[in-house]
Design a protein. Structure first.
Length: 554
């Protein structure tokens, strides 16, 4: 972004300082240590992000009652106050409830602190962070330079989403298996619940006749018992008659003699006649009784036969009805079972329909989760270091290398060339995901005899001299800023150069000053330095010196 004006109130030693910046050209800011010259650079991140590159608290309430910093950039005025609920505001901004909310909107719409620092600040310290970093750290710095590191979050999110979808798919697959087995079980229950083709007819039973039949059987049984008792009584009477007849017969035989067999006395005829009449009467009575009893027994036997027939008939009818009851009960149980089968079948049919619906939903979830899992697997592969990130990193490496070598050509007459390799080899011959940096010494940079044929060779950054490393650092500063700016789709942003002339000899300062002049042809470059080298004063369009927090034109 183009910075047009900086206003510092109560910032370090600046009570109320305003710095107007031109559209293009070099603005040189010098001053002693602690004078407040670096605050010119720090004012920008302090305003936009509420922090500084030195991670220091720059507010000074002793110099201003309400410390603030104001930056006019791209025609918009941005203001941050030291205190308040909403400290950060800008022209046309929506109403924010908090500084955090305002910061989030600014970062989304403009840029982050890290990106501004890489794109707009030329710092030898930042350059050395790149050159002295490990290969893996250098790769991460390049990814952060163009925002590719954000793909890491996308990659991790895709992996997590793929894992979650795979878990969902596995759970859905288990549910599908369970529901499929349940469908088979329900179908078997439906098959088992089919009613028989021959359904028995209900059996009607005249149970109301049972009490009468039982009573009739009981009466017949009682009558039989009574008849049997009467027969036994008749038998006793007959036995008595037979005994009486036998006694009469014995008496008759006894009186057939003339004298008594016991005492031997003679028996009178009158007595014999009387005894014979008594015997005859006894025999007649016994005969009559026997005949009467036989008739009575015969009648009783006939009655008993009728009673037995009546009892048998009643018992047969009772048994028939009881059998009918049992048959009716069995038939009813069968009918009830058939009715329950129908209920079971209807319930199973309903359950089958619901289970099929659940199965279809589970299968749909499984298919959807599988598609999502495969999709996010593909996204993760695309965002992995072997996918689009590798391609973006390769392009970024090429851009940084090309831009760095272009600036190196101006700074050291093509005597040095830098090489960035996207991958390095491990000790075992494998490949590691990293960015290796090396320096090529061109033939022009080597001292050889007339008989020697110059040849280039590569060496590591730490094997170069201090001056060579500084020139390489400066060239990388320019290259990294250029690539970072292009990656944001921006052009001609204001550049801040912070102490980049350290460790450079006179030639090096001159070449870097010329490089800055070229850089400032289409933008403003603010150079902060402890001392103003002659080469730098020559190319500067404005020279300001900071003395105790005030800017003085030199």
């Amino acid at each position: 972004m183009r910075i047009e004006r900086l206003t510092l109130k109560g910032v370090t030693k600046h009570a109320d300082t305003t710095l107007e910046l031109p559209e293009r050209g070099i603005v040189l800011v010098t001053g002693d240590n602690g004078s407040g010259k670096s605050s010119v650079i720090e004012a920008v991140p302090l305003c936009f992000w509420g922090k500084t590159m030195r991670k220091a608290d720059l507010w000074n309430e002793k110099l201003a009652a309400k410390p603030s910093v104001e930056v006019v950039a791209d025609g918009t005025t941005f203001t941050r106050k030291a205190k308040g609920r909403v400290r950060f505001t800008w022209d046309g901004a929506a109403k924010h409830e908090s500084t955090k909310e305002a910061q989030r909107d600014f970062d989304d719409a403009r840029m982050t602190f890290d990106h501004w620092r890489r794109a707009c600040v030329l710092s030898s310290a930042d350059a050395s962070n790149f050159t002295t970093a490990t290969d893996a750290e250098r790769k991460r710095l390049l990814e952060a330079l163009t925002g590719v590191e954000k793909l890491e979050a996308g990659y991790r999110a895709a992996l997590d989403r793929a894992k979650a979808e795979r878990s969902t798919a596995d759970a859905a697959a288990r549910e599908v298996a369970i529901l499929t087995e349940r469908v088979a079980g329900i179908r078997q229950r439906i098959a088992d619940a089919v009613p028989p083709e021959d359904v028995p007819e209900p059996v009607e039973v005249d149970e109301e006749a049972l009490p009468g039949l039982h009573e009739q059987a009981a009466d017949a049984s009682d009558d039989l018992s009574e008849a049997q008792a009467m027969i036994r009584e008749a038998d006793r009477r007959m036995a008595a008659a037979v005994a009486e007849s036998a006694a009469a017969e014995r008496e008759r035989r006894r009186i057939d003699h003339d004298e008594c067999p016991t005492c031997g006395q003679a028996i009178p005829e009158t007595m014999k006649e009387a005894a014979k009449r008594l015997v005859a009467e006894s025999e007649e009575r016994a005969r009559q009784i026997t005949q009467e009893v036989e008739r009575e027994i015969e009648t009783l036997r006939t009655d008993m036969a009728d009673l037995r027939a009546e009892l048998d008939a009643a018992q047969d009818e009772i048994r028939r009805i009881e059998d009918a009851k049992r048959q009716a009960s069995m038939t009813q149980r069968e009918l009830d079972r058939i009715a329950r089968l129908d209920e079971v079948r209807q319930a199973a049919v309903a359950e089958l329909a619901q289970t099929r619906t659940d199965l279809a939903a589970a299968e749909a979830r499984y298919k959807a989760a599988e598609v999502e899992a495969r999709t996010f697997d593909a996204v993760a592969r695309t965002l992995s270091t072997k996918g689009v990130r590798a391609a973006l990193l390769s392009r970024t490496i090429g851009a940084v290398e090309a831009a760095g070598n272009a600036w190196l050509g101006r700074i050291c007459d093509n005597r040095l060339r830098l090489h960035l390799k996207p991958y390095g080899e491990t000790k075992r011959g494998g490949i590691k995901d990293s960015v290796a940096l090396s320096i090529e010494m061109t033939p022009e940079a080597m001292l050889v005899s007339e008989d020697d044929e110059p040849a280039a060779f590569e060496r590591g950054y730490l094997n170069a001299s201090g001056g060579e490393r500084r020139r390489l650092d400066v060239a990388l500063c320019f290259a990294l800023a250029e690539v970072a700016e292009v990656s944001r789709g921006e052009q001609h942003s204001t550049i801040f150069a912070d102490e980049i002339f350290d460790a450079l000899d006179a030639e090096g300062r001159g070449r870097v000053a010329e490089a800055l002049r070229l850089l400032a042809e289409d933008r403003c470059v603010v150079v902060v330095a402890h001392d103003a080298a002659e080469q730098l004063r020559t190319v500067a369009s404005k020279h300001l010196r900071v003395i105790d927090g005030t800017l003085q034109r030199v």
